[in-house]
Design a protein around this ligand. Structure first.
Ligand SMILES: [Zn+2]
Length: 457
């Protein structure tokens, strides 16, 4: 080693600067070739394209140079303690690690050790730098998973390359998504108790306790059984994704607390809701429970929030009334409109018994109308105690679950119901989990858990 080299060796920042200057020179040479030769006059688009093509290599090399200087000690290590038993092990060989980050490709030549006692091979650099076993590093994995949560895997791959200049296959996006999805469990997707408490305190703006809304609903998702390789796909069927959204009503806005949707049965729904309820400071809040007439949802909401005010979703209720009016009086007839209006007004003033009495005296136009009238009577009788919209309004409670409807649309329909998309239950639930995490602001936490599981010990 010459004197100059030795001096540089003792000055890692100087050497880093030196290496970067080399890379800049290489890059400038490329640009000069492409731009300044033969009277070329590239446009903005063409220059941008040139930068896209060259920046990966340039930044990838800078990235590599930085690691080589900063972690020189680990790259030149001859002995390292076994992470399992602590025994000193001698370097066996140098292994090449090809990796790609959002900034381009880099190659690291790092030492590899093997402990005979533990039959365990390890690379201390991988642990220190949190290098993924995959070629594409965690920064790429995080963004590609985020992309796949919004668009189908195949277009996700195209879109990703289009926007980042990284060709990432749809298989990679799909497989990574499934691996991250395993960590999108209820415990981490729902904000912590401290976070929820802080959001609750944030809306405490007058002497009344703030209103917490728990809105539950089901949405149908197209599913199919998991097929083995070379096996015909099984018959598809629609299954219900049961879910809830919990939010706070503040003076002029909705403060979101938590959303959770899964393709699951009602017992599991009940367990999940109960888990989330345990993170909520119920005593400091007034609680409104919103839902349509489905029995399973009321059973669990009431069990988890025993002091909650039960409110039959106004929009679902109005839908039933419109249906009867259409069948009985004909679509958009004057009589139809009048009857709807007066019925809804009565319900608004909690005159449920009056409405039921009127329905019982109604002479059905035909058998179809008769059937719907009978259904509506049953529906109102079942939900009698949950209809008090005027009182709800006065108390500052919501009367319609617009909140859950839009959460359902956002979380389920936009990604789950694309034409031709059929979901294996497990993947469907991972998709719902990750989408809920994004919506709840907990995606970083979920991804961190996944990342931890992937880093060598
Ligand atoms: Zn060992």
């Amino acid at each position: 080693m010459g004197l100059a080299a030795r001096i540089l060796k003792q000055d890692p920042t100087g050497e880093f600067r030196h290496m970067i200057h080399d890379e800049v020179d290489k890059w400038v040479d490329q640009i000069i070739d492409e731009v300044f030769e033969d009277g070329k006059e590239p446009t903005v688009m063409e220059l941008s394209q040139l930068f896209s093509e060259t920046k990966q290599k340039f930044f990838g090399a800078c990235f590599q140079a930085l690691i080589e200087q900063k972690y020189a000690g680990l790259l030149e290590q001859e002995y390292a303690p076994c992470p399992q038993c602590g025994k000193m092990c001698k370097k066996r060989r140098s292994n090449l690690k090809q990796m790609v980050t959002m900034h381009g490709p880099s190659v690291l030549k790092r030492p590899w050790f093997y402990c005979v006692d533990c039959s365990y091979g390890f690379s201390p650099l991988d642990k220190a730098l949190e290098i993924s076993r995959k070629k594409y590093q965690f920064d790429v994995q995080k963004k590609s998973t985020r992309t796949a949560a919004e668009v189908p895997f195949s277009s996700g791959s195209e879109l990703f390359e289009e926007l980042t200049d990284h060709p990432v296959s749809d298989h990679f996006i799909h497989d990574t998504f499934e691996e991250v999805g395993e960590y999108a469990c209820l415990e981490d997707v729902i904000p912590s108790q401290e976070e929820i408490t802080a959001r609750c305190q944030g809306v405490n703006e007058n002497s009344w306790r703030p209103v917490l809304v728990v809105a539950s609903d089901g949405a149908h998702v197209p599913t199919r059984p998991k097929a083995k390789r070379n096996e015909k796909r099984g018959k598809g069927r629609w299954q219900e994704a049961k879910g809830f959204r919990i939010y706070l009503l503040s003076k002029d806005r909705i403060v979101h607390l938590a959303s959770w949707h899964q393709i699951q049965n009602e017992e599991q729904f009940g367990e999940d809701l109960s888990f989330v309820a345990s993170r909520i400071p119920q005593a400091d809040l007034r609680i409104g429970l919103l839902g349509d007439g489905a029995d399973w949802l009321w059973k669990h909401m009431v069990a988890c929030f025993p002091k909650g005010r039960q409110i039959l979703d106004y929009f679902h209720c109005a839908e039933h009334i419109h249906k009867v009016a259409r069948l009985q009086y004909g679509e958009k007839s004057q009589k139809c409109l009048e009857w709807v209006e007066s019925t809804i007004t009565r319900l608004f003033y909690a005159e449920v018994d009056n409405v039921i009495w009127g329905l019982q005296r109604m002479k059905p136009r035909d058998t179809l109308a008769k059937k719907e009238i009978r259904k509506l009577i049953g529906y109102l009788q079942n939900n009698r105690e949950r209809i008090h919209y005027r009182g709800d309004r006065i108390g500052g409670y919501p009367i319609g679950s617009g909140g859950i409807e839009s959460a359902n649309k956002f979380i389920c329909h936009t990604r789950m119901k694309r034409s031709g998309a059929w979901w294996v239950k497990e993947t469907g639930n991972e998709m719902l989990g990750i989408r809920c995490a994004i919506y709840n602001g907990t995606y970083n936490k979920v991804f961190e858990k996944y990342k931890k599981s992937q880093i060598p010990r």
